[in-house]
Design a binder for this molecule. Structure first.
Ligand code: KG4
Ligand code: ZN
Length: 341
């Protein structure tokens, strides 16, 4: 089975091909120009997707040594994400499948991330604890099978990636902030500033907005309206990163103590964070289980994970009609059997 995957939910346009379970191509075009605006501008994002999607498709097919009519299934992200951006990839995918008389699968972007660990050689084993940490979502889940997902907790305010991005802005750094905070943090002392970790009613929920406010207050107190001096950035970045990673790992540890799972998988853009990865490896070994964290190119938004999830759904005969629409929010697209505890 040859599956073509298409992803366009935010500021990455991506096209991938999976043939009989093997990834043949995964091309990602990132829209770096959003840096100029300090965040993603939805309308500009849609236009940029439109310009690049066709050349990416051609290149992905060339790399995969496949003709367009050899594609069996077209899978595309249907949400959550920016509505205009989603519509570009989804309409393109539906048009392609319709004109080629092939099957179409609508993929939940978050489910793409959840199963992205399967793109690695060492794969997660069901049931596994999955921490989804991206720019838009923070979720703690137990993935029981390809179609059964149990939600333990989520963020009550900002997502982990959003917290990194907002903190970076306060620190005078560009968007996206996560990679830059990581870069400065390498040189800093993570214990210098004790930023707070939120305590919540549901022990598996997260909250990062207090942390962002704490950074804002700290900045105002120390530097008034001036910029944070370059020399102070490493310790602040390291301490801030430490607080986010600690919060994520604490909740994962609590879940591992309570639920018997075979693996721990951390996915989404923030899973590319080296500190988080190291802490996750230590945590998994403490519980004698495997840690699966995708390579950075499968952590951030990519079509390989969409093609993979599309392939799983296709194998379960879960195809969609060409009427299927794009949904900006997660709630409307619980394709799988998502349950709460
Ligand atoms: O999954 P993703 O590419 O897009 C969404 O679906 O949201 O995640 C993007 C997020 C951004 O907030 C970015 O700052 C963060 O992932 N990120 C990182 C790192 N690389 C990307 N955060 C911390 N450390 C990193 N190395
Ligand atoms: Zn994502």
């Amino acid at each position: 089975m040859n599956v073509l995957g298409i992803e366009s939910s935010c500021d990455e346009t991506s096209v991938a091909v999976i043939s009989n379970g093997k990834l043949l191509s995964n091309l990602i075009a990132s829209q770096h120009f959003h840096k100029l605006y300090g965040g993603v501008v939805p309308e500009l994002s849609s236009r940029a997707h439109l310009q690049i999607i066709m050349p990416l498709l051609k290149q992905a097919l060339t790399e995969s040594k496949l003709e367009l009519n050899e594609v069996d299934v077209v899978a595309a992200t249907a949400g959550p994400g920016l509505i205009g951006a989603l519509l570009v990839g989804l309409s393109f995918a539906k048009g392609l499948a319709f004109s080629l008389n092939k099957k179409f699968v609508a993929v939940n972007h978050i489910e793409g991330h959840i199963f992205s660990g399967f793109l690695m050689e060492e794969k997660p084993e069901f049931p596994y604890l999955c921490l989804v940490v991206s720019g838009g979502h923070t979720l703690l889940l137990i993935v029981k099978s390809e179609t059964e997902i149990i939600k333990l907790g989520t963020t009550v305010d900002d997502a982990a990636g959003e917290a990194f991005d907002k903190a970076a802005k306060l620190m005078g750094l560009e968007y996206p902030g996560g990679p830059l905070i990581q870069k400065y943090a390498r040189l800093g002392n993570p214990e210098r500033f004790p930023f707070p970790i939120a305590k919540l009613k549901n022990p598996y929920d997260f909250s990062f907005s207090g942390l962002k406010t704490a950074l804002l207050r700290f900045k105002q107190k120390e530097y008034g309206n001036s910029k944070i001096p370059e020399a102070d950035l490493p310790d602040i970045a390291a301490s801030f990163q430490n607080a986010i990673v600690k919060a994520l790992i604490l909740k994962a540890e609590k879940a591992l103590s309570e639920f018997k799972v075979n693996s721990l998988s951390i996915v989404g853009g923030v899973a590319a964070n080296e500190r988080l990865k190291n802490e996750a490896l230590t945590l998994a070994s403490k519980f004698g289980i495997k840690a699966v964290i995708p390579l950075p190119e499968y952590c951030g938004d990519n079509a390989a994970m969409i093609a993979y999830r599309g392939m799983l759904l296709a194998k379960n005969n879960m195809f969609n009609s060409f009427e299927f629409n794009a949904y900006p929010s997660l709630k409307k697209i619980n394709f799988s059997n998502w349950k709460s505890i």
